[in-house]
Design a protein around this ligand. Structure first.
Ligand code: AMP
Ligand code: ZN
Length: 114
């Protein structure tokens, strides 16, 4: 399958890993939009939020658990952070493998840029 994030999971495209377990991988975003910008993805290829099913409950729970773990480990849990999923064209999705942006390290401002 020609999917950038599946290739990152396989290791055929390099990434800077932050966290990994059986279900999820977290790595540094290549074009950070904040001092901390980490992508958290399921190891299973799921194209968009619309394609998540109840069979994926554990993987989705593990994405949220990874976000909490990273926030605590990197020490921004109390200061705060934002976890974002972009879905399809209007949502601004560019890579069609489900991912959550974990953003932190400064006051993130308004939810929407425009
Ligand atoms: P989205 O617009 O929600 O689909 O976000 C895709 C994200 O993937 C963007 O923030 C990109 O900077 C990021 N990205 C694209 N290619 C890579 C890569 N090779 N390694 C890490 N992050 C990437
Ligand atoms: Zn994929």
């Amino acid at each position: 399958m020609d999917c950038l994030f599946c290739k990152i999971i396989e290791g055929s495209i390099p990434s800077t890993k932050v966290y990994e377990n059986e279900h999820v991988l977290a790595f540094q975003d290549i074009a950070p939009a904040a001092p901390t910008h980490i992508l958290i993805i399921p190891k299973k290829h799921i194209a968009t939020m619309n394609d998540v099913t109840r069979e994926d409950d554990l993987a989705i729970a593990e994405i949220f658990a990874a976000a909490r773990h990273i926030a605590k480990e990197q020490g921004f849990d109390e200061a705060g952070y934002r976890l974002i999923n972009n879905c399809n064209s209007d949502g601004g999705q560019v890579v069609y493998h489900l991912h959550f942006h974990l953003l932190a390290g400064k006051k993130l401002g308004a939810l929407l840029a425009e």
